[in-house]
Design a protein around this ligand. Structure first.
Ligand code: ATP
Ligand code: MG
Length: 568
């Protein structure tokens, strides 16, 4: 478990290691006080909550240090990339609340420069064309404490290498027949320096460069050089790349750079319990039909969270809170949800909705009369004002809120008991109707006309307040309730078990006979409201009167903290 390190926004004033580094660079004048970061997604899927951490960090650093930040598509792999993902990624970043400096840039725009630089390596004896197949190359690398074996092609002449490399570019060879490797050190303790592959033959059209190229640079040959071309100063990436850093630096050191040499800094990836943050695995959830798509409200993608009703401000506040660390860990999803709840508590208007309706008849209600009651829009925001709620002699309440034989500590409606209707009247259950199977299908109550607004003039107390909707005015709707997408808190944490084996088959429950307060018909698509006593619900962006439960009302995070403190 990560114990979150404080970020710069931390009131204790402590500063994380990345900010420390930048401050030191500014002090020593390494980049002349310049700070330039980038967010470099591979456009092979939509962004997820893990990416949001990298985005928040890169944008925050640029902002704090008066620098710039660009969005760069790391599109060196022609097989999996797609323009739809690019537009989606741009939208997701804008939704999260960030605007990159300048237009989106593309690693594929640097293919020619990268190629020229590769030739310059060859000319200086620093790269060679290897005819071995992938398996032989991999075996030749050796292992930890085990020497590598030189390729028989390692000492090809410069002329031959250049000729061969140009022929690779011109399509003279098949895929897998040859690669270009850097000539570094086959016995380096760092495996990445054992003559890493710089170019592979891929006879596939690229979505941008089309069929101009049939050789494509590897991540290691493209990334640092792309940073250098753009003038990036601090190139942040996740921890698994720390072993690549010597190679990142080696490549840059061999070249005549147009800008200062960028530096790679690694930070811990964000992992969250009960979910996964890997595009490849998220793509499997979509492709194998576990979810409806990348924007399914159960997905930890930004478009999924948006549909679910997560406010971008809550995601930003969460990222600020967890800060950056140098050790991988997993953050409880309940912590993220507590930020969502805190934000929505401030912003969401209060509404009433009955998810599993049970009819209540007020037997002493004047026939045909409608009373318009006043409901508070948002107790956290007096400026939000009030709304009118219709009250009539036929209401819907939750089936759960009436029990013929109440269990202990059940204070809601039972035969003979009086309860308060939210913003309405006190009612007392007098009688009920059962169907042939013994289910309650109707409750008959009397109301106290003196208790309008929820206070009895004699000051008598009731033990509970329940929500309701006038049957005459109710609008029909649907609600989707969600449980964790993965039953296991660490779906990727088990050796030899496919994380998708932990997909929760009951992660969604759709209720189709929901009775909604009429004003909900005017809730803009995509808006989030609070259904009193039930949680926060987001109006689906496309389907009117479908509401997704964003989070419940109970603070699960506080409960977890309490349990931890008491050692339970
Ligand atoms: P995935 O495994 O989901 O495909 P990735 O690292 O391959 O992730 P990229 O599109 O290459 O995906 O990532 C873009 C940027 O986002 C990189 O700088 C990467 O380090 C960062 N990033 C990706 N996942 C996370 C995460 N879980 N936490 C923090 N940063 C992340
Ligand atoms: Mg990647």
């Amino acid at each position: 478990m990560t114990s979150p390190e404080p970020s710069a926004g931390d009131p204790s004033g402590s500063v994380d290691f990345i900010r420390e580094r930048i401050m030191a660079d500014n002090e020593s004048g390494t980049y002349g006080g310049r700070v330039q970061t980038r967010f470099p997604p591979e456009p092979n899927g939509y962004l997820h909550i893990g990416h949001a951490k990298a985005i928040c960090l890169n944008f925050a650093l640029a902002e704090e240090f008066g620098g710039t930040v660009r969005l760069r598509m790391d599109d060196t792999n022609p097989l999996t990339e797609d323009t739809d993902f690019i537009a989606g990624i741009e939208q997701d970043i804008a939704w999260l609340g960030f605007e990159p400096d300048g237009p989106t840039v593309f690693a594929s725009d640097y293919f020619e420069q990268l190629y020229q630089w590769a030739e310059s390596l060859i000319e200086r004896g620093l790269a060679y064309v290897d005819d071995q197949d992938a398996e032989t190359i991999s075996a030749g690398r050796g292992g930890f404490g085990q020497k590598g074996t030189d390729s028989p092609w390692r000492d090809r002449s410069t002329e031959e290498n250049l000729g061969q490399f140009r022929q690779m570019r011109d399509g003279a060879f098949d895929e897998g027949e040859k690669v270009l490797r850097a000539k570094i050190d086959m016995n380096s303790p760092n495996m990445w320096l054992r003559d890493p592959i710089l170019y592979r033959i891929r006879k596939v059209a690229h979505y941008r460069t089309e069929d101009h190229w049939c050789i494509y640079p590897t991540y290691d040959w493209a990334h640092g050089q792309s940073d250098a071309i753009e003038g990036v100063t601090h190139s942040l990436c996740t921890l698994e790349f720390d072993v690549h850093r010597p190679l990142y630096e080696w490549c840059l050191d061999q070249l005549d750079l147009p800008n200062d040499r960028p530096q790679q800094i690694e930070f811990a990836r964000l992992n969250i319990t009960h979910t996964i943050t890997s595009k490849r695995k998220l793509a499997r959830l979509v492709d194998e039909g576990h979810v409806d798509g990348w924007d399914d409200p159960r997905m930890p993608t930004l478009r999924g969270l948006r549909r679910r009703g997560y406010p971008p401000a809550a995601i930003r506040a969460f990222m600020d809170h967890i800060g950056v660390a140098r050790v991988d860990g997993t953050v409880e999803i309940e912590l993220l949800e507590s930020f969502v709840r805190t934000e929505l508590n401030q912003s969401a208007l209060r509404r009433m909705a009955v998810l599993r309706p049970l009819k209540v008849i007020i037997t002493n209600w004047p026939e045909g009369q409608t009373d318009w009651l006043e409901g508070i829009e948002n107790p956290e925001d007096p400026e939000a004002g009030t709304r009118q709620i219709p009250f009539t002699g036929e209401l819907w309440i939750e089936q759960d809120d009436f029990k013929v034989e109440p269990p202990p500590k059940y204070y809601r409606l039972t035969p003979g008991r009086e309860v308060r209707l939210r913003a309405g009247y006190f009612i007392t259950a007098q009688d009920h109707v059962l169907d042939d199977d013994g289910n309650v299908i109707e409750v008959h109550c009397t109301y106290d006309p003196e208790s309008r607004g929820g206070q009895a003039p004699d000051g008598r107390k009731v033990k509970s307040t329940i929500h309701w909707v006038s049957a005459d005015h109710a609008v029909d709707g649907q609600v989707a309730l969600y449980d964790r997408l993965f039953t296991d808190p660490y779906p990727t944490g088990h050796d030899d078990v496919d994380p998708l084996d932990f997909v929760n088959p009951a992660s969604r429950e759709v209720l189709v006979d929901v009775k909604l307060e009429p004003v909900l018909e005017h809730t803009p698509l995509g808006d989030v409201v609070q259904f009193e006593r039930l949680g926060y619900f987001a109006h689906d962006p496309d389907q009117p009167m479908l509401f997704h439960r964003t989070v419940g009302l109970r603070d699960e995070w506080a409960r977890i903290q309490k349990r931890k403190q008491s050692g339970g």
